[in-house]
Design a protein around this ligand. Structure first.
Ligand SMILES: Cc1cc2nc3c(=O)[nH]c(=O)nc-3n(C[C@H](O)[C@H](O)[C@H](O)COP(=O)(O)O)c2cc1C
Length: 366
C-alpha cells in the first residue's frame, strides 16, 4: 500500500478537487519551511523514507559527482526555495528555473491542469519566477551542496526575440559561479515565440554569447522540444559540436494533443484548442525516441538528460537504454509521490547487479 498514491493523491486530486497550482504552492511552502528551519527530525525521517544509496548508481559526468542518475526536472522549484531539501527526498541532482533576468508573474491563472485519465498535466505557466538575482541569493545562502544543481535559463516575456541572447547572458552573468551546469531553455511552449529560438540561426548567437562569457567552462546544455523533426534536431547537434555544448536535455512538454483520452477540461474547454504543453505519460515514447536518435547521431559522444513521462522502472530503463546518462522526473513524481524516487533507484540498482565494479544492492540509508 502506497500511502500517497493510494490515499492522499486520490483525496487531493479527486475528493477535494484541489487546484493543482494551489497544491504545488502549498508543497513548496512546506519544503521551504523545512529548508529554513532545517527541522532535523523531519529531514532525517525523509532521508530514511526516500533516500536510497548504492555506489552502483553513482554517475560522474562533466567533472561532477551525481549520487544517483535521477534528478528533479526544471519548473517545480523555479526559484530554488527548497534547495536544501531535495537531496533528503532522494534526488541525485536538481534543476532550478526556468529563471529570467527580471522577476515576472507568468500567465494568468488557471494555468496548470491535471489530466488523470492520461496520467498527464497541461501547463501554460509562462516562466513565473522571482528573477535571477533572487535565485542567486538563495544559491549563495545554501549551507551544504549535497547534490549537483543545474540552472535553467529563459527569456523574459517582453524581451523581443531578436534580443533573446541578452536575456540568457544577463541571467548567466548573475548565476554562472553558483550553478553546476546551465541549461538554455528554448523549448517552453508558454513564452510567445520561444521555441523558434531552436532554429540554428537564432540559437547560434545565444550559444556564442554564453560560451564567450563561460571562462570557467561550466557545462552548458540545450533543452529541446519533443515536437522538433529530425533535420531540426540535426541542426542543433551541429551547433552543439561547434560550440562545445556539454549535452542536450530531451525533452520539454509537447504541443501534440493526439493519443489523449481527455477531450475537455473544466474551466478551459476543448483540449485541442487549449494553449500549453502536455507532460507525463503521453510524452514518454516521443522523448525516448529523441534520446535514441541523438545518441545514435552523435555516436554516444554527447551526454543526454532524458526526461518525459517516467513513472515506472521500465520507463527509466528504457530511457537509459536509449542513451540517456541522467534522468529527470516531474509529472511522475506528482502522481506517484515521493516514494517514486527510492522505488526507481532500488530497481535500477537491482538491474545493475553484477555490472558494477563495487557490489550493488547494499542499501545505505541516512
Ligand atoms: C507545471 C510545469 C512547469 C514546468 N516548467 C518548466 C520550466 O520552467 N522550465 C523547463 O525547462 N521545463 C519546465 N517544465 C517541463 C519539465 O521540466 C519536463 O521537461 C516535462 O514536464 C517532461 O517531464 P515529465 O513528463 O516528467 O513531467 C515544466 C513542467 C510542468 C508540468
Amino acid at each position: 500500500m502506497n500511502l500517497y498514491r493510494d490515499l492522499l493523491q486520490p483525496l487531493l486530486f479527486s475528493g477535494l478537487r484541489a487546484d493543482p497550482e494551489t497544491l504545488k504552492v502549498a508543497l513548496l511552502r512546506t519544503l521551504e519551511w523545512l529548508d529554513v528551519t532545517q527541522a532535523t527530525g523531519i529531514l532525517s525521517l525523509l532521508e530514511r523514507l526516500f533516500c536510497y544509496r548504492d555506489p552502483c548508481l553513482e554517475v560522474r559526468l562533466w567533472g561532477l559527482s551525481f549520487p544517483n542518475p535521477l534528478g528533479l526536472a526544471a519548473g517545480l522549484d523555479k526559484d530554488g526555495v527548497a534547495l536544501g531539501v531535495w537531496p533528503h527526498l532522494g534526488f541525485g541532482f536538481v534543476e532550478v528555473g526556468t529563471v529570467t533576468p527580471q522577476p515576472q508573474p507568468g500567465n494568468p491563472k488557471p494555468r496548470l491542469f491535471r489530466l488523470p485519465q492520461d496520467r498527464a498535466a497541461l501547463n501554460c505557466m509562462g516562466f513565473n519566477n522571482q528573477g535571477a538575482a533572487a535565485l542567486a541569493e538563495r544559491l549563495r545562502r545554501l549551507r551544504q551542496r549535497l547534490i549537483p544543481i543545474g540552472v535553467n535559463l529563459g527569456k523574459g516575456k517582453t524581451t523581443p526575440l531578436e534580443a533573446a541572447a541578452t536575456d540568457y547572458l544577463a541571467s548567466f552573468r548573475v548565476l554562472r559561479e553558483l550553478g553546476d551546469y546551465f541549461v538554455i531553455n528554448v523549448s517552453s511552449p508558454n513564452t510567445p515565440g520561444l521555441r523558434s529560438l531552436q532554429a540554428a540561426k537564432h540559437l547560434e548567437p545565444i550559444l556564442a554569447a554564453l560560451q564567450e562569457e563561460n571562462q570557467a567552462k561550466k557545462p552548458l546544455l540545450v533543452k529541446i522540444a519533443p515536437d522538433l523533426d529530425w533535420p531540426e534536431i540535426d541542426a542543433i547537434l551541429e551547433l552543439a559540436q561547434a560550440y562545445g555544448l556539454a549535452g542536450i536535455i530531451a525533452t520539454n512538454t509537447t504541443l501534440r494533443r493526439d493519443n489523449l483520452k481527455t477531450r475537455f477540461l473544466p474551466g478551459l474547454g476543448p483540449l485541442t484548442t487549449a494553449a500549453g504543453g502536455i507532460s507525463g505519460a503521453p510524452l514518454r515514447e516521443r522523448s525516448t525516441q529523441i534520446i535514441r536518435y541523438i545518441h545514435q547521431a552523435t555516436g554516444g559522444q554527447l551526454p543526454i538528460i532524458g526526461v518525459g513521462g517516467i513513472f515506472t522502472l521500465d520507463d527509466a530503463l528504457e530511457k537509459l537504454a536509449a542513451g540517456a546518462s541522467l534522468l529527470q522526473v516531474y509529472t511522475g513524481w506528482i502522481y506517484e509521490g515521493p516514494s517514486l524516487v527510492p522505488r526507481l533507484l532500488r530497481g535500477l540498482a537491482a538491474s545493475r547487479q553484477g555490472a558494477c565494479s563495487i557490489p550493488s544492492g547494499r542499501k545505505i540509508v541516512g
